[in-house]
Design a protein around this ligand. Structure first.
Ligand code: PLP
Length: 446
């Protein structure tokens, strides 16, 4: 219930906070001590008390071009006035076709068929369904098993939590997909702490896939899904050679390889997609977030043409019984096209790689702060891992998060790892400011 009937008026602190069941949030804690953001421009949010908050997280890993981009706002308002909605089931409109071609241009070679969704979770579930249906289409119908990885995050659908490996996202929902197995994660602080670039140790974790193939039989496995770099679990990088090894093993056994690039897509690690950064081409890439700069919900699944072509061989008719009312929504497409223009015109993917070493140096300067046990970074993403305090896992990390917010910096915390992913327009002075505030907050935490 708003206290004001005028939608132009800013949110009042007297608004009732009771009724919104907030996602992935400690609701009671938040409602007792809310943190409300009212507007945003460039690198900053404005909080309800007027403070300018430096955005160290691109919102939620999505506003890669910074906030309040006029080009996106205008494209969205033009499009909603022209065509607010059109069905894409047995009907069409020009924008998703155009957007699919634009995405194919920046995707790894061969991944030029695009299925649109509304979120990362839907992209993950769509990719898993395509993988299963593909194996049937090529008369490999026994291939029904899906392999994920410990610490993986693929959103919150039943498919995504089944292949995902973050226990809190799974433990309250025991009814998951059957026939799923997991690779071990690649986080190895003991051997790889404070690595610069990709960690040296851990390629052998990919060989676990051979073990799972031996255990289950290659003829029963449809696909492997991993994030090339896990973001949500606290910025976990692939060891040198690891992704290549996964590719070799999947190819050898006729298993599809899916990269979940919902976070790593659109320049976060220095190329359009992490697949290109590390020179490993999967069969399917999932994306969302940076696709529209976070302005309108949208996801996209990029599929190798051989997979698509397999669906086009059967009898005439609907080839894939899957889709969302809002797949290829005109307003979302307009936002995405305007976003891709910005990325290209401002060369933001290149900027992410240009700033990489400055960013890395800044983060690694935190090494001597109290309780810092690892620092991981690549492109314009970083994780600073703290030792847990005596109150339990995540408590110290949350203290740092709260202190940063009080000091006008938004960071993200997962367990005791502070995850950072500023918009790719970040300036060096803003990197300095972020590092300084974070160092202060880490010193103050107990
Ligand atoms: N996959 C990955 C790798 C993610 O990081 C996320 C969200 O952070 C998702 C899927 C889920 O995306 P969404 O929250 O848009 O459903």
């Amino acid at each position: 219930m708003m206290t004001s009937s005028n939608p132009q008026e800013p949110l009042r602190k007297t608004n009732r906070l009771d009724d919104f069941w907030m996602p992935f949030t400690a609701n009671r804690q938040f409602k007792a001590k809310p943190r409300l953001l009212e507007s945003a421009a460039g690198m900053y949010f404005t909080a309800d008390d007027g403070r300018q908050i430096l955005d160290g997280t691109a919102g939620l890993w999505c506003c890669n071009a910074g906030h309040g981009r006029r080009e996106i706002t205008e494209a969205v308002s033009r499009q909603i006035a022209k065509l607010d909605f059109a069905p894409t089931f047995q009907m069409g409109h020009p924008l998703p076709f155009e957007l699919a071609s634009r995405l194919a241009e920046i995707a790894p070679a061969g991944l030029n068929k695009v299925f649109f969704t509304n979120s990362g979770s839907e992209s993950a579930d769509t990719a898993l369904k395509i993988a299963l249906a593909y194996q049937r289409a090529i008369v490999q119908g026994t291939r029904t098993r899906l392999i994920g990885r410990e610490l993986g995050y693929h959103g919150v659908g039943f498919g995504g939590i089944s292949v995902g490996g973050m226990v809190n996202n799974r433990r309250a929902f025991p009814l998951q997909l059957p026939g799923v197995d997991h690779l071990p994660h690649t986080l190895d602080v003991a051997r790889n702490a404070f690595s610069r670039g990709l960690p040296e140790f851990g390629i052998e974790k990919a060989d676990e896939l051979e073990r799972l193939v031996t255990l289950h039989g290659a003829e029963n496995i449809a696909a492997v899904i991993v994030e090339p770099m896990s973001g949500s679990a606290g910025v976990v990088l692939p060891p040198v050679g690891y992704l290549q090894r996964l590719r070799e093993i999947t190819r050898k056994h006729g298993i599809l390889l899916i990269f979940d690039e919902v976070i790593t897509g659109f320049g976060r690690v220095g190329k359009a997609f992490a697949a290109q950064r590390w020179g490993v081409t999967p069969d399917i890439i999932t994306s969302a977030k940076g696709l529209t700069n976070g302005a309108i919900p949208m996801g996209a699944v990029l599929v190798d043409e051989k997979v698509y072509d397999a669906f086009m061989q059967g009898p005439d008719g609907i080839e894939l019984f899957h889709g969302y009312t809002y797949s290829g929504h005109p307003v979302a497409c307009a936002a995405a096209l305007a976003t891709l223009d910005i990325y290209q015109q401002e060369q933001l993917f290149e900027r992410s790689i240009e700033l990489e070493s400055y960013w890395q140096d800044g983060l690694h300067s935190l090494r001597d702060q109290p309780n810092v046990i690892d620092i991981r970074s690549i492109g314009l993403v970083g994780g600073v891992q703290l030792a847990p305090n005596s109150q339990g896992v995540g408590k110290r990390g949350f203290q740092v998060f709260e202190q940063c917010y009080q000091d006008d910096l938004l960071v993200r915390v997962t367990g005791d790892t502070i995850a950072l992913s500023p918009p790719l327009i970040v300036e060096k002075t803003q990197i300095d400011c972020l590092v300084e505030k974070l160092a202060d907050a880490i010193r103050q935490a107990n």
